[in-house]
Design a protein around this ligand. Sequence first.
Ligand code: ATP
Ligand code: MG
Length: 391
Amino acid sequence: MKDMLLCKLGEIVLKGLNRKSFEQKLMGNMRRRLLGLGKFKVSCMQSTIYVEPESEDADLDAAFEALQDVFGIVKISRACACEKDKDAIARLAIRYLADDMRRAKSFKVESKRSDKSFPMTSIELSQYVGGELAEAYPNCAVDVHDPELTVVIEIRDLAAYVHAQPVQGAGGMPVGSNGVAVTLLSGGIDSPVSSYMIAKRGVRLIPVHFFSFPYTSQQAKEKVVELAQILTRFCGKMTLEVVPFTHIQEEIRDKCPEEYFTLIMRRFMMRIAERVANEWNAKAIVTGENLGQVASQTMEAMASTQAVIDLPVLQPLIGMDKEEIVQLSRKIGTFDTSILPYEDCCTVFTPRHPRTRPKVSEVAAAESVLDVDALVEEAFRGIERITVEHE
Ligand code: ATP
Ligand code: MG
């Protein structure tokens, strides 16, 4: 029996002329994700990507798991191929789906014919194979309305395929198909989730972290490296840029009015993020901001931080409830790391009474005592780059 995976593509099927390049991107991402799991052939035909083991040690179970994290795939099923003959198909279904058929109480067969030269209609084929399966597994009754198990038969160009119960894929679009963005990654709950959401739209991410040693500890940095590492499950290999932020924060503390500390600090983050973005030809900055969650997340505060850059700021969490964000962070596996108790640079020198509804001009005036360009330049030059990739 030749066991393999059939991966159904999502939105990229709609992309007309771009479709080929989307498919190529996706297959490249899939091949990278399969590295270390043995040799596989990955090929695309009729909007389905086929993943076939090509070596003895190819681990199909592991591949099945791994590909569920790859954006651009909506459904994955384990399938088995045979010649396009009704009896060969029935024999294969009986053998290949034995465990599923013994476990289920009811089933139906669904056939799809993309090869229209096949001599039976879909309905005839479903009825035929359904009859053979019902005879082989008397415990499992045919129920076409609400079956526990749906057996799928596909008659495609090269062969017939039998499979059952697909699992959901990660959805979204292939990473790299929608450009590059810088994502601001703190150690909190929100920013890993905002990064995930934008990566899901096909964007390759450059994570940037602002690090205020010794006010924030080495462990706080390691936590962010770990979060980036977890995100590589979905995003692939990334370069985490760690920006030394201590001098900027000390300058703000020493020279600016306290109520503006956080706002000025966030303006520096944006400027440096934009510098990094230009290096990578990235076209947006992603943050985990959420309207009203903290003092710096009012509309006025966000206007004052975004005023200093030209790139658009993407804030995918802006309208979500905390509980929804927490749920997603559990789903993607970042929650347990995010709640480790290390401080973030945002909690260093926090003002007792932060301005929540600042005018942009007030913040600019409060910061005008600083040599902004020199500070940005110095931080930019001190960046440490850490490569993170999926193990
Ligand atoms: P998070 O849970 O992501 O830390 P938050 O609710 O704590 O978010 P803020 O601290 O106001 O909110 O930060 C808002 C956003 O700014 C974060 O989601 C993140 O994108 C970015 N940010 C904050 N601190 C840092 C940092 N030290 N390095 C990089 N980005 C940061
Ligand atoms: Mg934070």
